[in-house]
Design a protein around this ligand. Structure first.
Ligand code: HEM
Ligand code: HEM
Length: 258
């Protein structure tokens, strides 16, 4: 007998909704304001936090509970084809964890988001990556749209509200698939680390220089230096005239690429 069985631990569920909100927020801002608008800083902040959350999710994919581990993702192309054929033929196999379509979508989304953030950080040095950044972000959105369409299709066809599974962690699965704990402490750690990272970026932001200092990375330029128009603008080591940088390992992540 199938019943609503706990399969998604709390860190995975919290990750899902915070990550989805952060991603859509970063994308929404980029789509609606120009990169010289002060709000664009929020785009960068959200983007960096979303990237950080993916790194934490990668760790959870190694040490998390059963269905959240990458080991339990179904990543065989043959099974994906079989699954998709089943979906359209009305006889798809059921999975307690991620089905092959969600497994591929999740790994694709993680990889694309990390690449989106990496290209943003490297774009000031390699200009063409600015274009690549946009392409990667919109490609991620395409995968997300397919993902949400899959969720809607599944819910309609199976008469099962699987969206709810990412809320309360339970889905129609055999009792033997249940995870023993919702991992509340890890969930608190996930939220605390994400909040600390976000607060750290905000705290280390220097509006005068337009830089933010990131532990292990160095000082990253993220905006135009503040000041009155006409003020002399200090030279960058590279001679771009965009603000003083302090750390040796400087990444010039900036809005002022044009
Ligand atoms: C998942 C995270 C992110 C997403 C989804 C995202 C998405 C986007 C999108 C859709 C654009 C507009 C591209 C276009 O013209 O079509 C954009 C532009 C931009 N993003 Fe991001 N971004 C993310 C993270 C970041 C981060 C972390 C930074 C910097 C620290 C950043 C810096 C920029 C800059 C500077 C531009 C302007 C590019 C230009 O117009 O030359 N982004 N981003
Ligand atoms: C209303 C919108 C959304 C709904 C209803 C939804 C629902 C779900 C559900 C039910 C699952 C679990 C699927 C399964 O049983 O295998 C899931 C997984 C996932 N979704 Fe969404 N989702 C939404 C939006 C998004 C967005 C915007 C993103 C990305 C930005 C996203 C990324 C993911 C990822 C990466 C997973 C895998 C979770 C993990 O293992 O960490 N979702 N989603």
């Amino acid at each position: 007998m199938k019943k609503r069985t706990l399969v998604w631990d709390l860190p995975t569920r919290l990750f899902h909704w915070l990550f989805a909100a952060g991603f859509l927020g970063a994308l929404g801002i980029a789509a609606s304001v120009g990169h010289r608008d002060p709000t664009f800083l929020i785009h960068k902040l959200l983007g960096a936090v979303v990237g950080f959350m993916v790194l934490l999710r990668l760790v959870w994919g190694l040490v998390g509970s059963r269905w959240s581990r990458f080991r339990d993702f179904t990543l065989r192309p043959k099974l994906l084809l079989e699954y998709l054929r089943g979906v359209f033929g009305g006889s798809e196999r059921r999975y307690s964890g991620h089905n092959p379509a969600t497994s591929f979508a999740a790994v694709g989304i993680f990889g694309l988001v990390l690449a989106t953030v990496a290209t943003a950080l490297l774009a000031p040095t390699y200009r063409f990556l600015g274009e690549v950044h946009g392409v990667l972000a919109w490609t991620t959105l395409a995968v997300v749209v397919l993902h949400v369409a899959g969720v809607v299709l599944h819910s309609y066809r199976r008469r099962e509200n699987i969206t709810m599974s990412m809320v309360d962690g339970r889905k129609d699965a055999p009792a033997a698939a249940a995870i023993p704990s919702t991992r509340r402490f890890a969930a608190v750690a996930f939220v605390a680390l994400t909040a600390l990272f976000t607060a750290g970026l905000v705290h280390n932001y220097d509006p005068t220089a337009g830089t933010v200092t990131v532990p292990l990375v160095g000082t990253v330029r993220v905006a135009r230096p503040a000041g009155n128009p006409g003020d002399p603008v200090p030279e960058l080591p590279g001679g771009h005239g965009q603000g003083p940088l302090t750390a040796a390992s400087t990444l010039r992540a900036s809005t002022d690429r044009r």
